[in-house]
Design a protein around this ligand. Structure first.
Ligand code: PR8
Length: 480
């Protein structure tokens, strides 16, 4: 019986992750600059399919795609005091133009609030110009000082999807934050990535924001990873950049802004969360190849089998299925199985002499390794049905592991022990004070993800440190 081993895989996750990026030809991290990697064709195709989902969801909520310059003048980056303080240690600077020293240093954008600021000032004049909802998908640069990791903590973030919006009132900006949370939840659902939504504590919010909401997922090793953030910027940037509009009753007001972003961490989560000891398992909606056809040659019948494979490839292509025929010679079917399993292709069709005789095909599912046989005429419908089933079952499995690894605890030592031994996320009652917050972090040797925002019925409990009554639930985890 073929089976997948997920326990061993979790234990050696870090190693697995690097191997799979390399062997499945996703992303090559050997580029000679630390924190920079190369997207290889298979990874690039996967990235493109994920970006398509992001674009569709942002476009359908009336966001407009733009492209801002990569360079930001030093005096603009410095306009919002908190922002520059938060980013100053992470900025790459351009100081020379050819042989000339530049009069004004130029930053490689670490994020684009200060690039769009001066433009919004030009574009927004009246309440009729609001709201504005823009996004761009670009590279940003951050001189990360913590250990870098492919896709997870890079210095060139090549897939930064950043949205910037402007509104007439704080209420509208708050509403935009909720819309953005909805949009991100949809993106993660399409990818089968489980998450919790938390309001980051004051001491960990985005530099220049009123507040920050974050999505966190759990990686297979039990550590939490922030996969997206939504920030209400209030009027901090609009005051710094003088972005004003004329109200209906003729006053000049500063706009209210939000911004939100996700990065290639989403791809890291997608690749990791669904995987197993054989390699990646990709959801059919983003898999670059949805079905791989592998001929099972038989002496004397090689040609007929190959012809049938080509015929089937054409039928599937015509039906809009992303298909590939692996007709490499001198490679055994077993090695081909291994290669495509490693790359996470969701379904495999094998065609051998028996299939040929009976007019049938054998289909294997990558996620469960189950095999079914069906008549050739039913194959297209069967595959379409399987794609849906596979997606649902991958998502269900990922969520159920995520929930199994979330613990409501009332004893701090127990929390520390769980995080130390198993990882996961712990939930504790917290009064909301910074002092108790830091104490919970110290005593559990973990990081506060923030206050849970996605629970329907909030009970009243007692702060795990000071005992005060509270309905706030803090989530903590060891993090990436
Ligand atoms: C903003 N401004 O910038 P954020 N490598 C990979 N992914 C990363 C890295 C990194 N070094 N740093 C951050 N991320 C706001 C919102 C415009 C858009 C990912 O927010 O600094 C993280 O998942 O929180 C993070 O949540 C996301 O980018 C947005 O970055």
């Amino acid at each position: 019986m073929r089976s997948v081993d997920r326990e061993n895989w979790r234990r050696r996750f870090s190693e697995w992750f690097r191997e799979v990026l390399d062997e499945a030809e996703i992303y090559d991290y050997r580029y000679p600059i630390k924190g920079c990697g190369v997207w290889r064709p298979y990874g690039f195709a996967l990235r493109r399919n994920v970006l398509q989902i992001v674009r569709n969801i942002l476009n359908s909520t009336n966001h407009e795609e733009i492209l801002l310059p990569l360079l930001i003048p030093e005096n603009f980056l410095a306009k919002e005091a908190e922002h520059v303080r938060g980013f100053e240690d992470q900025v790459y600077w351009v100081t020379m133009g050819g042989r000339d020293k530049l009069d004004l240093k130029l930053a490689l954008r670490p994020t684009s609030e200060t690039a769009i600021g001066p433009m919004l000032k030009l574009w927004i004049k009246s309440h009729r110009d609001l709201p504005k909802k823009y996004y761009q998908i670009v590279s940003v640069f951050r001189y990360e000082t913590k250990a870098t990791k492919p896709l997870i903590r890079v210095r060139e973030i090549t897939t930064f999807k950043e949205a910037h919006t402007a509104h007439a009132t704080l209420e509208e900006a708050d509403k935009q934050v909720r819309e953005a949370i909805g949009a991100y939840a949809k993106i993660f659902d399409e990818l089968g990535i489980p998450y919790v939504i938390n309001k980051r504590p004051e001491w960990d919010k985005f530099a220049g924001a009123l507040y920050t909401i974050a999505f966190d997922t759990l990686m297979p090793d039990g550590r939490a990873m922030q996969i997206g953030t939504v920030h209400n910027l209030g009027q901090n940037f609009s005051r710094a950049f003088e972005i004003k509009y004329l109200t209906k009753d003729g006053r000049q007001e500063y706009v209210w802004q939000t911004c939100y972003g996700i990065s290639e961490r989403v791809l890291a989560a997608l690749i990791s969360i669904h995987g197993d000891d054989r390699g990646m398992v990709l959801p059919p909606n983003v898999a670059p190849i949805q079905t791989i056809i592998i001929p099972i040659p038989y002496k004397g019948e090689e040609e007929k089998i190959l012809e049938k494979c080509i015929e089937i490839e054409n039928i599937l292509k015509k039906n809009g299925i992303r298909v590939k025929l692996d007709n490499r010679e001198d490679i055994t079917p077993g090695s081909k199985f291994y290669d495509w399993e490693r790359r996470g292709v969701p379904t495999r069709i094998e065609i051998g002499p028996k299939d040929l005789r009976e007019g049938k095909v054998t289909i294997s599912r990558r996620d469960t390794l189950e095999r079914i046989r069906c008549r050739e005429e039913e194959m297209v419908d069967k595959l379409r049905e399987l794609f849906k089933l596979i997606h649902e079952s991958m998502k269900r499995r990922a969520w159920s592991w995520f929930k199994e690894n979330t613990y409501r605890i009332s004893n701090i030592a127990e929390g520390r022990r769980i995080l130390e031994e198993k990882g996961g996320i712990i939930e504790v009652y917290w009064c909301g004070s910074e002092k108790c917050g830091h104490k919970i972090q110290d005593e559990t040797e973990s990081r506060m993800l923030g206050e849970a925002l996605d629970l329907e019925n909030m009970d009243i409990g007692e702060c795990i440190i000071c005992g005060r009554k509270t309905s706030r639930l803090a989530r903590l985890a060891k993090t990436y």
